[in-house]
Design a protein around this ligand. Structure first.
Ligand code: MV4
Length: 516
């Protein structure tokens, strides 16, 4: 087993990896930018190396500096977390060249899956169902038009070097195809340095359901079930669940078997995720892409299976076999995760950087918070503003939702805006509770939310009018009595009491507990 591991990341995921290291008695090395000198991951590590200025291109993306830090510290392995260098095949090669173990799949597997057209070809070869479309880049606008006509509108244009929806275009009619193709090409070139664009038939109102897979170097490949990730905003996941509300043992077994075939076709080793689109209507599923990293939402799988995925990544990278077989995996209950961001949900989710003045993190039965901050920490403008992932487990989905609501009510973050109030609303939304989670969920929810806000404003106005009217009546009545008493020469009338004091105090306290 390794004695020392360097974590080439920051924030909550660096902290999460360090926790697994500590349980395995492995020493931890942090790397940090000038903006992160007092960040939580630096405080929790056994040692830490400054690798550059705040911008990630000058720090967390500088592979040579990170490898230098690994050498200087004597770390035998590097865990990349997610993002930054996690899916960078060149970095994995540079680690190997320096005699350091990259905790992840081979550079070849990363490269294969990094090309979405090659990944589609590999999935087809593995016999997995794939969204109808091309496995080659489109050659021209004319080629795009002819190909779209062959598959039928609506179609999706996607960057071959992309993934995660970046540079993606939905095209509804032939009139738009040429301009959409040109736009997709230039977006792909700007974002990925590669203008290649391919075509898929658009799946209407799909769900995004992904399968967690794991493989060791001895060729044991297993799946750990699905995660439902359909609640997304601008292609960023917002809430994830395990299992999917539409999942059952049959769908899981079929999707799991396909995912294992795809992983085997790529000679995959380590933790990986196969993304599928699932039709809400037919329950048919189609391969979308494979992510060759530990994913942000891995905790929901951990809560339901009881398996520590990061620990397993480390032991598998050290050459050990998987610590469990497919038959030993059991899925128990339901887990939900909310990604808590330093963003203002009342101002179009604008980032809300700054100092966290107060912090109360929920705990108690079956609640897990994977955080990367503390009271007094600074949320920087330079990085992703996710401050924690709050997860709740219950025996049923309803119980998990109730527990999540309780945890959200306990959570307070002072000094910055967060998405906590947004989650308090979602977890009370009827469509969410019913599990109707196709790709249009957030859009529909935002419409309902705006309508509810407007109604609340109107109700408040009504209430204020009523209170004023009631007060006017009380004041008039009091004045009448007082005048009568004064006229009668009564000197015993007590001073007026503030009638609604208890109510005002109660409201203030409630507002405080939901303070951002
Ligand atoms: C699609 C699609 C419909 N048809 N591909 C891909 C990346 C993901 N972030 C969004 N992606 C989609 N790919 C085809 N052929 C619809 C989406 C999609 C989506 C998928 C799941 C959850 C939310 C989504 C929101 C917009 C688009």
């Amino acid at each position: 087993m390794f004695r020392k591991i360097l974590i080439a990341n920051r924030g909550e995921i660096a902290v999460r990896v360090m926790r697994a290291c500590r349980e395995l008695d492995i020493a931890t090395v942090a790397v940090y930018s000038e903006a992160d000198a007092s960040a939580l991951h630096v405080r929790l590590a056994d040692e830490a190396y400054l690798i550059g200025p705040a911008p990630s291109a000058e720090s967390y993306l500088r592979s040579e500096r990170i490898i230098e830090a690994a050498r200087a510290s004597g770390a035998e392995a590097i865990h990349p977390g997610y993002g930054f260098l996690a899916e960078n095949a060149e970095f994995a090669r540079a680690c190997a060249a320096a005699g350091i173990v990259f905790i992840g799949p081979s550079p070849e597997a990363m490269e294969l899956m990094g090309s979405k057209t090659n990944a589609r070809r590999a999935a087809i070869a593995a016999g997995a169902p794939v969204v109808p479309g091309t496995t080659e880049a489109l050659r021209s606008a004319d080629d795009a038009r002819a190909t779209a006509a062959r598959f039928g509108y609506p179609v999706m244009l996607k960057a071959a070097a992309g993934g995660g929806g970046k540079g993606m275009r939905l095209v509804a009619t032939e009139a738009e195809i040429a301009s959409a193709f040109e736009a997709a090409q230039s977006e792909a070139l700007a974002a990925f340095g590669d203008a290649s664009v391919y075509l898929e038939k658009a799946v209407e109102r799909p769900r995004h359901i992904e399968i967690q897979i794991f493989a060791d170097a001895d060729g044991h490949t297993v799946h750990l079930g699905e995660r439902e990730c359909s609640i997304q905003r601008r292609h960023q996941k917002v809430i994830e669940e395990c299992p999917s509300p539409i999942g059952d043992a049959g769908l899981r077994a079929r999707m799991g078997a396909s995912a294992i075939e795809i992983a085997r076709a790529a000679s995959y080793v380590g933790a990986g995720t196969i993304e599928f689109l699932v039709s809400d209507v037919s329950r048919e599923f189609y391969f979308l892409e494979m992510n060759t990293r530990l994913q942000v939402e891995h905790p929901v799988t951990e809560l339901v299976t009881g398996i520590d995925l990061v620990r397993e990544q480390i032991t598998v990278a050290a050459g050990q076999p998987l610590s469990f077989t497919q038959e030993e995996i059991e899925w128990r209950g339901h887990a939900i995760e909310c990604r808590v961001y330093a963003e203002d949900p009342d101002n179009n989710f604008l980032p809300s950087p700054g100092r966290i003045t107060t912090l109360r993190v929920p705990a108690g039965p079956n609640v897990r918070d994977d955080g990367g901050v503390y009271a007094g920490a600074e949320v920087s403008i330079y990085y992703d503003p996710m401050i924690s992932k709050l997860a709740a487990w219950g025996r049923t989905r309803d119980e998990a939702i109730q527990r999540m609501r309780r945890a959200l009510a306990e959570y307070t973050v002072g000094g910055i805006k967060t998405t906590l109030p947004f989650f308090r609303e979602i977890t009370r939304d009827a469509e969410f509770i019913a599990g109707q989670l196709d790709t249009g969920f957030i859009e529909r929810f935002n419409v309902r939310r705006a309508a509810a806000k407007a109604a609340a404003r109107d109700a408040n106005t009504d209430e204020a009018v009523n209170i004023n009217r009631d007060l006017a009546i009380i004041v008039a009545a009091l004045a009448h009595t007082t005048n009568k008493q004064a006229a009668a020469g009564d000197k015993q009338t007590p001073a007026a009491q503030p009638l609604s004091a208890w109510r005002i105090t109660g409201r203030t306290a409630q507002h405080r507990s939901h303070d951002q």
